[in-house]
Design a protein around this ligand. Structure first.
Ligand SMILES: *Cc1c(COP(=O)(O)O)cnc(C)c1O
Length: 368
């Protein structure tokens, strides 16, 4: 059996007709940038996550930059984020002129360690960007309390956590703003780059919308300079077809994860993912940890199973951050994670037979 890490074609097949028609519709009415499909998506996505505003933008990376800039964050400021994420999170702090400050991860849930948060706060700190990594909600109770005490913005990086929840509140609605990616492999994926920002703050929403479209308030009225980062019509039309299925896809991912956890239970040499209390984990990634990671990847490969590593290098260890002169002793949990994490194939269309085959292959490997 051949099992890919993700299978975007399997999902396309289930929605081929409506997606093809939606794309054709955009071609027919030539609403390539902005237009009805974009407005429709913004309205439906805001409603789906329970936010007042949704602003479609070019991608999830720009979404972070736009929010930081529109909150007035820049030179001389510090923004705290996790040591374990895709580089986009910290990269966009740097691009505003601010300094990224990394905090190590929790041993159990792999998100930013809220116990180490206060020690990282200085008079220059303006914001915290928790990442709901792999679909697991960061420790929001603690993070929101600390942010409030120190008067800091919380910007949730929700690129991996569409419809994840903490105490019934959806990812993206707990801080001042949430940023989403619709990169094709994300839980809600476009067929190209796409992203959005959600917020309840009217002023921030208006500023983000202007900034993402050359600072235009209305056509040719520029109250500020901005950038070009817009959600295009074809991507929005595709997302409009997919959005009604997102809830079911997240449940299906949860079911795949539950089945993996059941079938892999009791193997001493692997650590299975845990789910934070009172939260919904949407399993963008099913991450196990093992000391024998690289050997296991080879054994899976041999059996026709693709796996992934998210991510092989903790952010503070990257050459890109040498200039920060960090003490890597402060990031031992993130470094250990980067050396032992293994992402198993997960997507809503996976069959029981496929999950069983992956689990059996892993059991077989550890029996030898
Ligand atoms: C994917 C991702 C991003 C960036 O999103 P793009 O749409 O690819 O720009 C940002 N943060 C995290 C945690 C991501 O996984």
């Amino acid at each position: 059996m051949n099992i890919p890490f993700v299978d975007l074609y399997a999902q396309y097949k289930t929605l081929k007709n409506p997606i093809d028609q939606a794309i054709q519709g955009v071609l027919d009415n030539t609403a390539f940038i902005g237009g009805a499909a974009v407005r429709e998506f913004e309205t439906s996505f805001a409603e789906k996550v329970g936010a007042k505003h949704c602003i479609g933008v070019g991608n999830g990376t720009d979404a972070i930059q736009i929010v930081l800039k529109m909150l007035g964050i820049g030179h001389g400021d510090e923004v705290i984020t996790t040591a374990t994420s895709w580089i986009a999170t910290s990269e966009m702090v740097t691009i505003t002129g601010a300094k990224p400050v990394f905090v190590d991860i929790e041993p159990d849930f792999y998100c930013i360690d809220s116990n180490k948060l206060e020690a990282a706060i200085t008079p220059k700190t303006r914001a915290i960007i928790p990442v709901h990594l792999y679909g697991q909600i960061a420790n929001m109770g603690e993070i929101l309390t600390i942010a409030k005490k120190h008067n800091l913005y919380v910007i949730e990086d929700c690129a991996q956590s569409h419809l994840s929840e903490w105490q019934g509140r959806k990812a993206g609605t707990m801080g001042i703003a949430g940023t989403f990616s619709f990169y094709p492999g994300k839980n809600l994926g476009a067929y190209g780059d796409a992203g959005c920002i959600v917020t309840d703050d009217d002023e921030l929403a208006s500023k983000c919308r202007q900034y993402s479209n050359h600072g235009q308030l209305t056509k040719n009225t520029h109250l500020m300079e901005g950038i070009n980062s817009r959600l295009d019509g074809i991507q929005a039309a595709i997302l409009n077809v997919k959005l009604p299925h997102l809830e079911q896809w997240c449940s299906a991912r949860g079911a795949v994860a539950a089945k993996y956890s059941e079938l892999l239970a009791g193997i001493n040499e692997i650590e299975l993912p845990k789910i934070r209390e009172n939260s919904r984990h949407t399993f963008h990634i099913y991450a196990i940890r093992t000391r024998r990671r690289d050997e296991l990847i080879a054994a899976l490969d041999e059996a026709g199973i693709s796996s992934g590593v998210h991510y092989p290098h903790a952010l503070p260890t990257m050459p890109a951050y040498e200039y920060l002169n960090l003490d890597l002793e402060d990031y031992q949990k993130a470094i250990h994670h980067s050396q032992s994490e293994l992402s198993l194939p997960i997507y809503p269309e996976m069959t029981d037979e496929m999950i069983e085959y992956v689990a059996e292959t892993i059991r077989g490997f550890f029996k030898e």
